[in-house]
Design a binder for this molecule. Structure first.
Ligand SMILES: *Cc1c(COP(=O)(O)O)cnc(C)c1O
Length: 425
């Protein structure tokens, strides 16, 4: 029995499923999850001491690599001054000023502790601002686990959403309409029918929770135009893509102006910090200025804020995102070339430091196309790569990430591992 197997057995006795977030359990790919003992740079080490090149990066935050010196130092220094005050501190102001300066569509920002809180709070704010209740989301996009966002599409374009989790009341799910990603016609139709009841459209401007799906220009433009025309709030959920796709996130990359933006992951530098922000007139509706209530004991926590601030300073270095973009391209192009050489239906693409690998002949543009990819092939590939010392996300429906710590040698080692697996496929 490995240490990970031992720990997993113990964990299952006291933690439901042995994990504190479901996808960590390896259910999609089978087998025992790796228990991580430590992480440094581009690598994680499991409890048995085996090293892996890591493309999960804690599901997005670790853009500088693990245990990066300046971040560890910022956290240590902050902790020495006290780990939580429940009162405002200077670092929060500095981080807020930096976020406002970096993200053009954010005029005011509020900090929370998780992406789930950010999206949940942004939705309440949008509802308070518009005095409307309905929201639109897209199948395959994930926005955290609050009730109104754990909803899947019903059959037919205009049926109300069905809960996708037990415990979500049907009455709450009914306020969420779920449409197809990258389908401007579906948006047009829904807005024509219930446009004056829609408080907000929430979307991942680059979708990273159904593998990686890039947005079509017409889709982004339709969202912006329809929200403006019908008085709905456009919320771009950049918890994953923010400071990942580039310094100004996906909306900077595509030049689309949201009303509200949610941030998390990279913004917290590997500690629990997230944010929502946007138009001043909307943000002023929040308590204590306005009537929309939102709060948090650990919001703007000084240690988390220090990690976030140190991260945002470092990603501003000239050429930072250009280099990451090159690293991700090298990786996806290398894997695709290897698969092509061995006649394996496979494709790959990247944007900034996010990448997608698909066991299908071409990169998907919709949820339906992603679902049609070969899951069994991915699972086989995942375990074979793990054996070779490469840690990919344990599901065919997750995006991957490179960090500034991934070297050319790491990428070459990864491609060589895949080439060996594809040669024996
Ligand atoms: C991860 C994620 C969330 C949820 O963030 P948590 O910090 O896990 O609560 C929300 N939206 C998107 C797009 C995400 O990728």
């Amino acid at each position: 029995m490995t240490r990970s197997e031992e720990l997993f057995a113990r964990a299952q006795r006291v933690i439901p499923g042995g994990v504190n977030s479901p996808v960590r359990a390896f259910k999609a790919v089978g087998g025992t999850p790796l228990f991580i003992a430590r992480a440094e740079g581009a690598r994680v080490w499991d409890a048995d001491g085996k090293a892996y090149i890591d493309y999960v990066g804690s599901w997005g935050p670790m853009i500088l690599g693990h245990a990066f010196g300046p971040i560890v130092e910022a956290v240590r220094e902050a902790a020495l001054r006290g780990t939580s005050y429940g009162a405002p501190c200077a670092a929060e102001v500095e981080l807020a000023e930096r976020v406002v300066a970096l993200v053009p569509s954010i005029e005011k920002v509020r900090f929370v502790s998780s992406g789930t809180e950010a999206t949940m709070s942004a939705l309440r704010l949008a509802r308070g601002f518009t005095s409307r209740s309905k929201i639109l989301k897209f199948e395959g996009c994930y926005h955290g686990h609050s009730d109104g966002l754990l909803v899947k599409a019903g059959s037919g374009a205009l049926t109300f959403g069905q809960p996708s989790s037990s415990g979500v009341p049907a009455e709450i799910a009914a306020l969420t309409t779920v449409l197809d990603y990258n389908d401007p016609a579906g948006l047009e139709k829904t807005f024509a029918e219930i446009g004056n009841e829609i408080a907000a459209v929430i979307v991942e401007p680059v979708a990273g929770n159904m593998n990686l799906i890039l947005p079509k220009r017409e889709f982004l433009d339709a969202m912006r135009n329809l929200c403006t025309k019908h008085g709905a709030v456009l919320i771009l959920d950049e918890v994953m893509s923010g400071f990942r796709v580039g310094l100004q996130g996906a909306h900077g990359h595509y030049g689309i102006k949201p009303d509200l933006v949610t941030l998390g992951k990279v913004m917290g530098g590997g500690l629990p910090a997230a944010a929502f922000g946007g138009r001043r007139d909307i943000m002023q509706c929040l308590a204590p200025l306005g009537a929309v209530y939102q709060a948090g004991t650990l919001s703007g926590n000084p240690v988390a804020v220090a990690a976030g601030l140190a991260t945002l300073k470092l990603v501003q270095a000239p050429g930072f995102y250009e280099r990451l973009t090159r690293t991700a391209k090298q990786m996806t192009e290398g894997l695709a070339a290897s698969a092509a050489k061995h006649d394996i239906p496979f494709s790959a693409q990247s944007i900034g430091s996010m990448f997608g690998l698909y066991f299908s002949g071409k990169a998907p543009t919709s949820y339906a196309e992603v679902m049609a990819s070969d899951k069994a092939a991915f699972n086989r590939f995942f375990h074979a790569m793990l054996d070779e010392g490469v840690y990919l996300a344990p599901s065919a429906f997750e995006a991957g990430f490179v960090s500034a710590a991934h070297t050319d040698a790491d990428i070459a080692q990864t491609i060589a591992a895949a080439d060996k697996i594809f040669a024996a496929w």
